[in-house]
Design a protein around this ligand. Structure first.
Ligand SMILES: [Zn+2]
Ligand SMILES: [Zn+2]
Length: 254
């Protein structure tokens, strides 16, 4: 399984900090932020499955444009997977004929370019040798993290989140876990903003993962542009943990 980081920044601005999107092999996207815009038309057409962690704009901005880009170029629908709350938000606020057309009915209801599939926390999906399991996280209603596994190796992508002890208990049970990609949006000086917007800052992340084995590697993502160095410096003060910044363009083979 190959994992390519198309975007992992907590905003735009600067030299190429695209927002959240991860490409697994050539056919699965986890979130569809502005990182999607780096793919060619051929690469966009190859995407069959898009898993959305939650409906915030920085995680879906590329979805509407992706569907438009592949319209008329695919032989089967692209499937958008999300929880009931997130699908409701997408249908009501994005694909509503106001912000963007309802592509689940285009070019026809019988043969659309895009279809929705509701997922539930804890229910594993199998996709050609890869399995994906959503886990509920504390961010906005319906938000999930995704465990992805193939070839006896797995990783976790948290989406955006604040304290969720149940998630870390599940992480501790994964014997084949290679890495955790986790939100740490703000420096500790903005802990109040992190709390109210349901993100982590270094202090709250370190407290939340205190029972996770120290061997687990945490790849930090969703850092606010301009504050990356401060956030990483605060995390790296914790010497018994492995924290590394995730970067657009990073590729992993599991
Ligand atoms: Zn969010
Ligand atoms: Zn976000």
């Amino acid at each position: 399984m190959n994992v390519q980081i198309l975007g992992c920044a907590g905003g735009i601005g600067g030299t190429g900090p695209y927002t959240t999107s991860l490409l697994i092999d050539d056919d699965i996207l986890l979130d569809a932020g502005t990182g999607v815009s780096q793919l060619s038309i051929e690469e966009l057409v190859a995407i069959d499955h898009v898993f959305i962690s939650h409906p915030h704009l920085d995680h879906i901005a590329g979805l509407a444009l992706l569907i438009d880009a592949v319209f008329g170029k695919r032989s089967k629908p692209l499937t958008v997977y999300a929880t009931a709350e997130v699908l409701h938000a997408l249908k009501t606020h994005v694909f509503n004929w106001v912000i963007w057309p309802d592509f689940s009915g285009l070019p026809s209801a019988e043969s659309p370019v895009m279809q929705y599939q509701e997922i539930s926390a804890g229910a594993t999906l199998k996709l050609g040798g890869r399995t994906i399991t959503p886990h509920s996280v504390n961010h906005v209603p319906g938000s999930v993290a995704y465990f992805v596994r193939a070839n006896q190796a797995s990783f976790m992508f948290t989406g955006d989140m604040a304290s969720t002890p149940e998630l870390w208990q599940a992480v501790g049970l994964q014997t084949d876990l290679r890495m955790v990609i986790v939100d740490c949006s703000f420096p500790d000086a903005e802990a109040g903003l992190a709390l109210v917007s349901r993100h982590f800052c270094p202090a709250s992340l370190i407290e939340d993962i205190q029972d996770v084995p120290a061997t687990v590697e945490f790849l930090i993502y969703h850092l606010k542009p301009g504050q990356e160095a401060q956030i990483m410096a605060e995390l790296e003060q914790n010497k018994d943990r492995i924290f590394k910044p995730l970067k657009a363009g990073d590729c992993f083979t599991l």
